[in-house]
Design a protein around this ligand. Structure first.
Ligand SMILES: NC(=O)c1ccc[n+]([C@@H]2O[C@H](COP(=O)([O-])OP(=O)(O)OC[C@H]3O[C@@H](n4cnc5c(N)ncnc54)[C@H](O)[C@@H]3O)[C@@H](O)[C@H]2O)c1
Length: 389
């Protein structure tokens, strides 16, 4: 497959993690051509990891069937499948957040150990953020650090999860509680993978796209705001363009601040409000993307409340979010009926934010904006936060 390549560099967190090559591919996914077109004698052993949904995609069959051998005619692909192709291994895990466990990470390590993998093996995650986070984590702990490559297949993993070296899994009902910083050596981005995504997964990724545009590309934000119908038309050329812009923007941020000591925190725009909503609505009741989009609207109102931005900025942001169908009012509908009053709901959301940020005082730190592209990180008093909920 033809590709364009760019690379980003950082101080290494581990030998071999000082550079990431990001490749953008046009056309249909063809993993055989990416990984097997040059039969180099000394090509490294690969431990491929994917999930049952991705392994079942039509465009994946020419690749997966090599590992299924004679079983390829059996339609169902089970969680736990392990197949080989020469020295390479394919492990298929269950799909979605419930499988983002330490057991799945250990299953990846075991598949590598059982195939006598050396530290030179390349752990290659093909999937959404769940698979890319766990494969990279397994790579970071296997024999104290193997190599990682990623093929993100959801919009969210292309523009966000796969870029920037945050790896991990959930533990004991806490999200991403265990993990490491371990940037991939190569990231293979094939935008056409998004054509098969379910509607809700595509919307979820779009919220991160709109967030990235607000932070780093006024031009992209204006294009998206004037074209909400791209939610229905993924073949629009703007879709591929927006993926590239968002990948490049996130790459530029993590290149400067891989371990989130300063500017990488900007990427949390909308997330403090959003996480609180996800927690208080009950995990899984509001999608992460819908929660972030609502959080962006609340962050805009809060920016105005503390005198950072104009009413015009707030209206521009809210009208773009509503045109994509996201809720922008103070109280999200997912909280209806959960609290005795709106005041109680607001207090509960604020408590969740304080807990999320482990903040003992009555202030919480927020990512806010003076305007599109002009971002500020600041602590805000409880009364101001409550006034926008
Ligand atoms: N490391 C980071 O910096 C970072 C950033 C953001 C999110 N994340 C993590 O990413 C995860 C969420 O990622 P996600 O939204 O990609 O979820 P996901 O990996 O669960 O994928 C969503 C669903 O889409 C399916 N799928 C994947 N690709 C598909 C395709 N091309 N066609 C059809 N179906 C497909 C998957 O099987 C799954 O059921 C969370 O665990 C989150 O913590 C990590």
């Amino acid at each position: 497959m033809q590709f364009e390549e760019k690379d980003i560099a950082y101080p290494p967190v581990h030998p071999g993690t000082d550079r990431t090559f990001i490749r953008f591919y046009g056309g249909e996914p063809d993993l055989n051509s990416i990984f097997y077109s040059s039969e180099e004698e000394n090509s490294p052993q690969r431990i491929f990891v994917t999930d049952t949904n991705v392994a079942s995609l039509k465009q994946m069959q020419p690749f997966v069937n090599f590992f299924r051998g004679e079983n390829y005619s059996q339609p169902k692909i089970e969680n736990g499948f392990i197949g080989t192709r020469g020295k390479d291994v394919l492990l298929i895990l269950g799909s979605g957040e419930p499988f983002k466990t330490i057991e799945s990470v250990l299953a990846i390590c075991k598949a590598a150990i059982d195939s006598n993998a050396k530290r030179s093996a390349v752990f290659t995650g093909i999937g959404g953020g769940v698979i890319t986070d766990m494969t990279a984590f397994a790579a970071s702990i296997f024999k104290r650090g193997a190599t990682c490559e990623l093929v993100p297949t959801t919009l969210l993993s292309m523009v966000d999860a796969a870029i920037g070296g945050k790896t991990g899994c959930d533990f004991d009902s806490y999200k991403n509680m265990i993990g490491s910083f371990f940037p991939a050596q190569k990231i293979h981005i094939i935008p056409s993978f998004i054509q098969s995504l379910p509607e809700n997964e595509y919307r979820s990724g779009m919220a991160e796209v709109v967030k990235t545009a607000l932070l780093y590309s006024k031009e992209l934000f204006e294009k998206l705001a004037s074209k909400p119908e791209i939610l229905q038309n993924r073949k629009d050329p703007l879709v591929e363009e927006m993926i590239k812009i968002c990948v490049n923007a996130k790459a530029a941020v993590v290149e400067q601040d891989l371990t989130e000591k300063n500017i990488r925190m900007q990427l949390n725009l909308g997330h403090t409000f959003g996480h609180a909503l996800e927690t208080r609505a009950g995990l899984g009741k509001v999608s992460h993307g819908d929660a972030v989009a609502w959080g962006i609207a609340r962050a805009a109102e809060l920016s105005k409340k503390i005198g950072l931005c104009t009413e015009n900025y707030v209206q521009t942001v809210k009208s773009a979010l509503s045109s994509f169908g996201w809720e922008t009012q103070p109280m999200h509908s997912a909280l209806n009926g959960k609290f005795a009053s709106e005041k109680e709901a607001a207090l509960s959301l604020f408590e969740a934010m304080k807990k999320d940020k482990k903040n003992a005082s009555n202030k919480v730190r927020f990512v806010l904006q003076e305007d599109v592209g002009e971002t500020v990180i600041t602590e805000v008093d409880e009364k101001d936060v409550l006034s926008v909920l």
